[in-house]
Design a protein around this ligand. Structure first.
Ligand code: NDP
Length: 324
């Protein structure tokens, strides 16, 4: 019988259990996928901890790559034997095998391995919508990307450079700063030691940046607002340091008629046509070598608790995969 990670309650990494979980035949519209590699994402920690509530008991994980083993009635997008990958709900990707709606699956190009597929789908599709839909980065603009050495961060950095932007990134150590620079980041700010908004004003001749991509949340929110040019946009898309507390929208006016959005990948890929279009953008930049997917950590899926501990302790860079 296949194994999967399950939780009965929210809490620390210890709530995750490796269990026998039977997998049914695919229902109408579903495919059964045997996972070859599973992606680790920060959102998995929000699900495990309860920041983003799930009905319990529950599986975890939103991203994997593998082979279609069987399909249910009415499935035409994929067939048994296809190499596929996916990113998004419902949770359950921390498993050796599962059934999932077939219209969420994307066929993996031959040039992309299962490991790379599992590492890149959620973070890469996120970068695709953040840079190409939420705020369309233009050549010559300066953008600020927080946690630039992380999974989303390293992909966003390379993609923004490919679009012709100047990239300023933040991170927490010299090693991570060097990694970001090696992936094209023009300027790196250590946000543990430096005043981010002040540095941004220095680096932009006082103007501020066109857009801030902020997946860090609580600790960076104020500096993000203070780093924008007039009518700039804060894209607040995550909470690695904790959720942003409530704030007064009048601040947006006082700080320069700013825009604030709090997007999520699920809404930008709700229609299959949108999912397929974003995936095509992603596969194209990876195939062209403009975005290199860095798998910097690998763990057995059964040892995902350690992967969560290390991610929360900021030990990771780039993307991480779990091997089922
Ligand atoms: P990362 O690999 O970026 O890991 C998180 C990084 O955040 C850490 O490596 C660390 O980098 C930084 N960080 C800053 N403060 C803290 C803190 N107090 N505790 C832990 N880490 C901290 O993760 P992902 O690439 O998976 O995700 C990045 C963000 O994007 C997350 O918030 C995630 O939820 C969000 N996200 C949102 C999506 C959406 O559609 N809204 C979709 C996908 C991801 P450093 O050491 O450099 O500070």
């Amino acid at each position: 019988m296949p194994f999967a990670i399950r939780i009965e309650r929210t809490g620390g990494p210890e709530v995750m259990n490796w269990e026998d979980v039977p997998v049914a035949e695919p229902a109408a519209g579903e495919a059964r996928v045997r996972h070859e590699a599973v992606g680790l994402n920060y959102i998995d920690i929000y699900h495990r901890s309860g920041l983003y509530p799930l009905p319990l008991p529950s599986g975890l994980g939103l991203e994997a790559a593998g082979v279609v083993e069987a399909v249910g009635v009415g499935v035409t997008d994929v067939q048994p034997g296809d190499r596929v990958a996916y990113a998004g709900g419902p949770v359950g990707a921390y498993s050796q095998s599962r059934c999932i709606a077939a219209d969420r699956l994307l066929k993996l190009p031959e040039t992309i391995s299962f490991e790379t597929g599992a590492a890149m789908m959620l973070q890469g599709l996120t970068v695709a919508y953040l840079l190409r839909r939420t705020y369309r980065v233009q050549p010559g603009e300066t953008v600020l990307i927080h946690a630039v050495a992380g999974g989303v961060g390293l992909i966003a950095c390379q993609w923004a450079k490919a679009l012709g932007a100047t990239v300023i990134g933040t991170t927490s150590s010299d090693e991570k700063a060097a990694l970001a620079r090696a992936h094209g980041c023009d300027q790196v700010i250590d946000y543990g030691r430096e005043d981010v908004a002040k540095r941004i004003r220095q680096l932009t001749g006082g103007e501020g940046v066109a857009v801030v991509y902020d997946g860090v949340g609580k600790d960076t929110f104020a500096a993000s607002l203070d780093s924008l040019r007039t009518c700039g946009m804060l894209v607040s898309f995550g909470n690695a340091s904790g959720a942003v507390p409530p704030f007064d929208p009048l601040l947006l006016s006082q700080k320069g008629s700013l825009f604030l959005t709090r997007p999520t990948l699920m809404h930008y890929t709700a229609k299959r046509s949108e999912l397929v279009a974003l995936a095509a953008d992603l596969f194209a930049v990876v195939a062209a070598g403009l975005v290199n997917i860095r798998i910097n950590q690998r763990y057995p899926l059964a040892e995902v608790a350690q992967a969560h501990r290390d991610l929360e302790a900021r030990k990771h860079t780039g993307s991480t995969i779990l091997l089922p």
